[in-house]
Design a protein around this ligand. Structure first.
Ligand code: S3P
Length: 446
């Protein structure tokens, strides 16, 4: 086994990854995390029955589901990935008897702050140590401008947030943080406002909320960089969640880095607001063939990728591609270490306020294995050493950040055979990719 996982002795999870020589076969990535959260949130805000196919059965998405179960929604679990929700509709969601804990998930807590601002009742939202340090003013400010009654530590900057839902006014808001979570929080609050609200974006961010809303009967108008949502009472529907391209990215990287490899990635989401990573990699010389599936109206586009080993070249990543690849920057920085020449990633200061400070975390992890990295307030520059670059074995800390842990697991496979890399703090991989070790070992060989 290339990836050995130790859980028992270490409460924080540890991976030991050995050098590999082949990556073969095909994978189906787990369900998209962003779409799974939204399917549960909209399905619970909607009156009646919502059937969800391809749900991501991970700690983060289970947290969102648990919050709605505490407010009177019921769920029938056909399989871990196939759920049927029954909701009385947002107006009739009850007051939970305890605080709602969203664990590690910024998406869940920010979107819920938006939705619950307009729903009668008192609710307190919190999360784990990482989430309680993350900025919330980006949502509490615009929601307060809409008339939301929200209190939180440091003037509404930090969790826990106490939300007392009530009538809201419309807003015209410019998405200055280039955050899909902020945009979605406002669009969900807009469902309860007295008239339509608009979010304006200079650079598009992931658009899953505005794609899904019409399927639930919401009225949405999209024109250029503007999205307008009207107040609405939603009704239940059927949602298909595609595979998560952010999770697939670790497997794309494995195939690109391992000489002689070809890997098929099936049923992966190809929403154009999420595929910037493919564009960036193609600019670096990656051989990735994209076969889109015929698109059904109202669903997320998806398809198959055929990824083959490629000699990559370092690039300066265009600023316009950063928001669409924000979750893939950790794995991109690993790939950059094996490219020829320097890769510069700027305009990504948002990475400092993710599940961990991913700029500092990736710089430290890459330096620990001998990669030369320059750190900027808003990004990284990585000196690539080509596909056969030397690496130092040893240990790195993932800072309990799932994407750093999986990125460094990919890097570990590039050690010479018989050498290994230890990665600590890997327990949080289950927030987005519960079967990562098994899937990894099914396609990576000694
Ligand atoms: C997400 C938006 C992004 C992304 C996160 C998921 C979403 O965060 O990093 O993993 O589902 O809306 P920001 O909105 O903070 O950029």
């Amino acid at each position: 086994m290339i990836l050995e996982e130790q859980r028992g002795g270490s409460a924080q999870g540890l991976y030991r990854v050995s050098g590999a020589s082949r990556v073969t076969g095909s994978i189906v990535p787990p369900g998209d995390k962003s779409v799974s959260h939204r399917a549960v949130i909209l399905g619970s805000a909607a009156r009646g029955r919502t059937e969800i196919h391809g749900f991501l059965d991970s700690a983060d998405c289970q947290g969102t589901l648990a919050a709605f179960l505490a407010m009177g929604v019921t769920v029938r679990t056909i399989s871990p990935h196939h759920l049927i929700l029954a909701s009385p509709g947002s107006e009739r969601l009850s007051e939970p008897s305890n605080v709602l804990d969203f664990g590690n998930s910024g998406t869940a807590v920010r979107l819920m702050a938006g939705l619950l601002s307009g729903i009668p009742g008192y609710r307190v939202l919190t999360g784990d140590d990482s989430l309680r340090q993350r900025p919330m003013k980006r949502v509490t400010d615009p929601l307060s401008r809409m008339g939301a009654r929200i209190d939180g530590r440091e003037g509404g900057s930090r969790l826990p947030l106490a939300v007392r839902g009530g009538p809201l006014s419309p807003i015209l808001y410019e998405n200055v943080h280039r955050s899909a979570q902020v945009k979605s929080a406002i669009l969900l609050a807009a469902l309860s406002a007295s008239s339509s609200s608009t979010v304006v974006e200079e650079v598009p961010t992931r658009d899953h909320t505005e794609r899904l809303l019409p399927a639930f009967g919401g009225k949405v108008l999209r024109e250029g960089g503007r999205v307008t949502v009207w107040p609405a009472s939603l009704s239940g529907t059927e949602v298909s969640v595609p595979g998560d391209i952010s999770s697939a990215a670790f497997f794309i990287a494995l195939a690109l880095l391992t000489p002689g490899s070809t890997l098929l990635v099936r049923n992966v989401g190809l929403n154009p607001t999420r595929t910037a990573i493919l564009e960036i990699l193609q600019k670096m010389g990656a051989r990735i063939e994209v076969e889109p599936l015929p698109e059904r109206s109202g669903t997320e586009p998806s398809g198959t990728l055929r990824v083959s080993f490629s000699e990559l070249s370092g690039i300066t990543v265009p600023l316009s591609l950063i928001p669409g690849a924000i979750d893939e920057i950790p794995i991109l920085s690993v790939l950059a270490a094996f490219a020829k020449g320097r890769t510069e990633i700027r305009g990504a200061s948002e990475l400092r306020v993710k599940e961990s400070d991913r700029i500092a975390g990736m710089a430290a992890a890459l330096r620990a294995v001998g990669v030369v990295v320059e750190e900027f307030p808003d990004g990284l520059a990585i000196e690539g050493g080509g596909p056969d670059r030397p690496l130092e074995e040893g240990s790195v800390d993932s800072l309990h950040d799932h994407r750093i842990a999986m990125s460094m697991a990919v890097l570990g496979t590039r050690l010479p055979r018989g050498r290994s890399l230890s990665i600590s703090g890997t327990d949080f991989v289950s927030t987005s990719f519960p079967n990562f070790p098994d899937l990894f070992n099914s396609v990576v060989h000694p």
